[in-house]
Design a protein around this ligand. Structure first.
Ligand SMILES: C[S@@+](CC[C@H](N)C(=O)[O-])C[C@H]1O[C@@H](n2cnc3c(N)ncnc32)[C@H](O)[C@@H]1O
Length: 277
């Protein structure tokens, strides 16, 4: 990985994704985010022998699935700003004996990621955290071959994703500060406006952009959407903890299907684009 930037970018997100508490609980959330894996891979169609870049690969579950599909001749590189999640993904690859995969700590907005040029780039919910998405998309376009594919999943509006507890916890935590001048908002719902996503991809040099909304339900354990450590981490104080937890229980009750499992609506987009010839 070549560090090509001389100033700090994505400072707040880098801090969040390297927070010990947040990253320790993150892999439990895969139960929710894996809702997008099948439609994402149907759009990407990874082939044996291809080189694929997974952007924001996190704990690596999707990366490993793509590596299996490109084996034995292909190579998949997972790039992520989180040191802890990258370590987790490397251990997982070893445990699952997947050898055609590499995990690198890198900022996909500005770093040149070793292992390219790639036949395709992909991301499962890892591209909404760039403070300059058009810069990130241009950087990613430079790491794929001419006519290379780019497919990613990103959440639609939070109002269509009631597993998100932000509105429930609003009274306990400060709202996030507005983006700095000239920077884009970051966070899970930063790409809810698909017209804007299409424009950002175009500004990054991608063509043939297609955004396909998917609305479905997902059966998840409670840990995938809320646990005590998450409440503490977003800033709920000890005094307010019991009240926050009971508001979360009340909000989630409508989705409870059996002991400990919830069936929650999800709404996301599968976005596909191509690098020019
Ligand atoms: C919602 S998680 C998704 C993880 C994984 N793709 C999955 O589906 O489980 C978002 C990931 O994007 C990573 N990320 C955020 N900003 C990034 C950046 N600028 N460059 C690379 N990775 C980034 C985070 O560290 C995190 O692992």
């Amino acid at each position: 990985m070549t560090n090509t930037h001389d100033h700090e970018v994505n400072v707040a997100e880098r801090r969040r994704w390297n927070d010990e508490q947040w990253t320790a609980t993150w892999p439990r959330r895969e139960d929710l985010t894996d809702v997008a894996t099948a439609p994402l891979l149907d759009a990407l169609l990874p082939q044996d022998g291809e080189r694929v870049l997974d952007v924001g690969s996190g704990a690596g579950a999707t990366t490993l699935e793509v590596a299996r599909r490109t084996a034995p001749g292909g190579l998949v590189v997972g790039a992520d700003i989180s040191v802890q999640l990258t370590d987790f993904a490397r251990r997982r690859a070893e445990a699952e004996e997947v050898t055609n995969v590499r995990f690198l700590v890198a900022d996909a907005q500005v770093d040149r990621i070793e292992g390219g040029l790639f036949d395709a780039a992909m991301s499962q919910f890892g591209v909404m955290f760039f403070d300059e998405p058009h810069v990130a998309f241009a950087n990613l376009r430079r790491s794929v071959v001419a006519e290379g594919r780019f497919c990613f999943a990103s959440w639609l509006a939070s109002s269509e994703n009631p597993w998100f507890l932000g509105p429930v916890l609003g009274e306990f935590v400060d709202p996030p500060p507005p983006p700095a001048p000239g920077k884009h908002a970051t966070g899970p719902f930063a790409f809810a406006d698909l017209d804007e996503v299409e424009a950002l991809l175009g500004a990054g040099g991608w063509v043939d952009v297609d955004c396909r909304p998917v609305r479905t339900t997902r059966r998840v354990s409670r840990d995938a959407i809320a646990d005590d450590s998450q409440l503490r981490m977003v800033g709920v104080s000890d005094e307010q903890f019991e009240r926050a937890r009971s508001l979360v229980d009340e909000h989630l009750a409508r989705f409870l299907v059996d002991d400990g499992h919830y069936e929650v609506p999800t709404a996301f987009a599968i976005v596909s684009a191509r690098a020019p010839a």
